[in-house]
Design a protein around this ligand. Structure first.
Ligand code: A3P
Length: 280
């Protein structure tokens, strides 16, 4: 079981991210027109990727995450001639410096960490690439300690939030997408400098609903391990519930209190913390 995880620069990665690849990212060659889709796992990465790929009328390629695979990954990405849409769960500090230097556009999607924790718990249970967790109680502790793949949710979010004013980075929130997807899609369209009619936006939103994406994925017969998330072994596992507030069905009052204490402490300087804790 221990072989499923290895540490790199203090962060737990699955063995599906080879240490050689992680090391070589330091010198990765970015292109000006690369678009990065950034997230902590279980924040709505597939949803965002589903929306984005529907926005382009020109040829684009949604790649697997930059940190996923071995050294052959670099050549694979190099060979692509079309615009690359590259997902990643890396925190800001570990992002290949070349993306920063070239001011590539990046979209960061965040989700209430309580729901992220619940989603990740179910994912750990269903996914053979991840260590076994026996109970929600045990997972809850691991999550708060940052002892899960991709490390601490707090460190991840804060490393990116530090760059909230960078013009090339757009921040999105899962809860806002649930509340008003067309509004978020319009923000994305503006950020990417695209030109898309309102009726096309409506159509894209319809095609990106949870139920539509779930049934599309069940019907498709392409390789289910081709994915935008390093943890995924089977894309069909992604579409579990897709709601806001499922944490209420898992957290005990005591766990909630502990979570809030830690959240308030870690996020005390965060301006965006309030965007994550919507109540509906
Ligand atoms: P749940 O486990 O709470 O259902 P990621 O893509 O980053 O792995 O995130 C997965 C989470 O996003 C899952 O949450 C999944 O159900 C949810 N999700 C995926 N597609 C969605 C959609 N179209 N609308 C709402 N939620 C979606």
């Amino acid at each position: 079981e221990e072989e499923l995880i290895h540490m790199f620069k203090g962060i737990p990665f699955t063995t599906r991210s080879s240490p050689e690849l992680l090391k070589s990212l330091e010198t990765f060659h970015a292109r000006e027109d690369d678009l990065l889709l950034v997230s902590y796992p279980k924040s709505g990465t597939h949803w965002l990727a589903g929306v984005i790929t529907k926005l382009y009328s020109t040829q684009v390629t949604l790649t697997s995450p930059i940190e996923f695979g071995d050294l052959s990954k670099l050549e694979e990405l190099n060979k692509l001639s079309s615009k690359r849409i590259i997902p990643t769960h890396l925190d800001y500090n570990m992002l290949p410096p070349n993306f920063k230097k070239k001011k590539c556009k990046m979209i960061y999607i965040a989700r209430n960490p309580k729901d992220t924790a619940v989603s990740m718990y179910h994912y750990y249970r269903d996914n053979p690439n991840l260590p076994t967790v026996d109970t929600w109680t045990a997972f809850f502790d691991l999550f708060l300690k940052g002892d899960v793949v991709c490390g601490s949710w707090f460190d991840h979010f804060l490393s990116w939030e530090e760059h909230e004013n960078d013009k090339n980075i757009l921040f999105l929130f899962y809860e806002e997408m649930k509340k008003d997807l067309p509004k978020t899609v319009k923000e994305i369209v503006l950020f990417l400098g695209l030109n898309i009619s309102d009726s096309d936006i409506q159509d894209i939103c319809k095609k990106s609903s949870f139920s539509q994406m779930k049934s599309d994925t069940e019907k498709e017969n392409s390789d289910p391990s081709h994915t935008v998330c390093t943890l995924t072994s089977n894309r069909k596992l992604i579409f579990r519930k897709g709601t806001v507030g499922d944490w209420k069905n898992h957290f005990t009052p005591k766990q909630n209190q502990r979570f809030e204490e830690i959240f308030n402490e870690k996020m005390k300087l965060s301006k965006m913390a309030k965007n994550l804790t919507f109540e509906f």
